[in-house]
Design a protein around this ligand. Sequence first.
Ligand SMILES: NC(=O)c1ccc[n+]([C@@H]2O[C@H](COP(=O)([O-])OP(=O)(O)OC[C@H]3O[C@@H](n4cnc5c(N)ncnc54)[C@H](O)[C@@H]3O)[C@@H](O)[C@H]2O)c1
Length: 265
Amino acid sequence: MNHQLLANKKGIIFGALDENSLAWKVALKAKAAGATFTLTNAPVALRFGNINELAEQCQTSVIAADATNTDDLEKLFQQSMEELGGQLDFVLHAIGMSPNVRKNKPYTKLNYKFYSQTMDVSAISFHKVLQTAYQLDALNEWASVVALSYIAAQRNFPDYNDMADAKAALESIARSFGYHYGIKKNVRINTISQSPTPTTAGAGVKGFDQFLNYAQKMSPLGNASSEDCANYCLMMFSDYSRMITMQNLFHDGGFSSMGIHPDVL
Ligand SMILES: NC(=O)c1ccc[n+]([C@@H]2O[C@H](COP(=O)([O-])OP(=O)(O)OC[C@H]3O[C@@H](n4cnc5c(N)ncnc54)[C@H](O)[C@@H]3O)[C@@H](O)[C@H]2O)c1
């Protein structure tokens, strides 16, 4: 798919770690669709991931920023505007991490320091990104900001643990900030609630493979792939979605509307 859908659009893509990352696919497709953008990730991810390979393919630079650190975010937005030549048209927030999930702490025995980190990295970072952009006036009129979410924000998926609370907050931040940025500058803010997808963050959830198969069977169209997710992000960054804001958009092959499926009974 190469429609130059994002010709002349400039942006920032958070969260590409390796070739499985949802953000990685978005970057490759955004490049093919004519966008220019900077890539960013936490300093530690720059050491362990392959983001420089992606930057070469996209002919762009990587700017280190811990998304929980507002000084880093300010520098990121300022440097991105300098490099790209002006205000931005799109931002992808594809960031998630739970130390409780990583360390197998059950929801009934959470470590509260970890819980705060989960919320800060996976949800409040979205507010920090938006507030930094708002204060620096870094986004153009009708810019589009997308964060990636998961249906555990609405329904119970016990092994998703404290990430469920983070995703509920993430989606709420999209609605709350969507109002303020909408009336100020017609900036659109949405979350895309993606099917389970094999990535580093996804595979960290206990029983992920069985769950992936369950979701595949439950969804009339099957699970949405990372390629499909990237296409949807591009559509949300494009002018074809300009009146969509403050929404949580399910991108899950129909999973969220299913009650039972005969194949699963
Ligand atoms: N994979 C799935 O099944 C799935 C489903 C729905 C939603 N999502 C969401 O998609 C987003 C992207 O995840 P992914 O599945 O591509 O996995 P991933 O592991 O490739 O990406 C997660 C990214 O978050 C980055 N990150 C962590 N802490 C950070 C920090 N402090 N500052 C900046 N970046 C930081 C990581 O370095 C990594 O690049 C996440 O929000 C995730 O919850 C994933």
